[in-house]
Design a protein around this ligand. Structure first.
Ligand code: FES
Length: 111
């Protein structure tokens, strides 16, 4: 059972979190089930970039992103080579370390 480490993110997950996940689970769903409220403005339909995350470890274990995901991801704030849309990305067999960007393209969060 892969371990998923969410790195600390000031607003959504200040202390970070370590959870176990099943292979095939969607990263966004894992976060939401653990009360990490990653935005998902398009309700997981691969039409926004608000669920953007960066896979700091384990990226190469993931199934490659599809054309549609790449197209949408291109518009994400803070895009990196290891960026993915968390609503489209399934856990594979390896552990993951995930960074949730501080901002989305929609707005800078203010609390
Ligand atoms: S929630 Fe919109 S692309 Fe993931």
């Amino acid at each position: 059972m892969p371990t998923i480490i969410f790195l600390p993110q000031k607003d959504l997950c200040p202390r970070g979190m370590v959870v176990n996940a099943n292979q095939g689970e969607i990263i966004l769903n894992i976060a939401l089930h653990n009360n990490i409220k990653i935005e998902h403005a398009c309700e997981k339909s691969c039409a926004c970039t608000t669920c953007h995350c960066i896979i700091r470890k384990g990226f190469s274990s993931l199934e490659a992103s599809g054309e549609r995901e790449d197209e949408i991801l291109d518009k994400a704030w803070g895009l990196e080579l290891e960026s993915r849309l968390s609503c489209q990305t399934k856990v594979a067999s390896e552990d993951l370390v995930i960074e949730i960007p501080q901002y989305t393209i929609n707005y800078a969060r203010e609390y």
